[in-house]
Design a protein around this ligand. Sequence first.
Ligand SMILES: C[S@@+](CC[C@H](N)C(=O)[O-])C[C@H]1O[C@@H](n2cnc3c(N)ncnc32)[C@H](O)[C@@H]1O
Length: 258
Amino acid sequence: MSQSVRPVRGTTVRDDFNDLRAVVHYTKAAHGLGLWESERRLIERFFPDRQAHLLEAGCGAGRVSVALAEAGYTHLHAFDFAEELLAQAQSLAHEREANVTLFHADATRVASHPAVANQRFDGALFMFNGLMQIPLRRNRRRALRQLAALCRPGAPLMFTTHDREDSAEERVLWRLEAARWAKGKQDPILREFGDRYYEEDGVGRTFMHLPVREEILADLKATGWTHTYDEMRRRISPESRKVRDFSDECRFWVASRA
Ligand SMILES: C[S@@+](CC[C@H](N)C(=O)[O-])C[C@H]1O[C@@H](n2cnc3c(N)ncnc32)[C@H](O)[C@@H]1O
């Protein structure tokens, strides 16, 4: 008898990030890797004010927020919807005496959370593809709107995506995938063209939507953000082997709150 396949949902993604393999993977990076050189350069450029009130979405085990606190940023809020990762972020912040207000929230609903509901942030970050790990474009747009609601006009938002069409090889693979979608033969667990759901040793299962550039430009425009900057990571900094092992090539985006 064939078993029905349940399409990936937000709860699937949360469960995958709460899985021990993912927790160990992201906790190791938070303790040992810290900011990538590309992140450090762009944060320095777009978030120069150490006193600014910053909000980090999808903080995971605290890799970015704790590094920001150690770099002298004094007003940091950060949240994640995976309880196990958030607990690791709390423990790392405590251990490093990093002053970060950490709280549990879903990016698609965060604007009404009591920890932030009355705040207007000077900037927001959703680093290392967290935004693209939200299934369905309408939900990613919801998250972008929620972050816009929490930021003052002009505030920068930084995030990353994995491009669908960065290399010739990928373009061929996605053409094959498009043919599968056209025939309705795609993996039924996927929600939209551009989605991937895969398993890696030592990381566990990962859902990710891989967009094309025009898609993100349209999403920003539709959700209260003005595109400021985007660039592939390799053109910002040649990263160390450790960083490249942790994360494939990606595109950095910065938008400002309209
Ligand atoms: C690839 S991990 C990156 C973690 C951390 N920012 C880092 O760079 O190490 C993506 C993070 O986004 C979080 N995330 C995904 N969807 C989310 C949502 N809807 N609300 C809050 N966090 C979310 C995941 O739980 C995970 O911690």
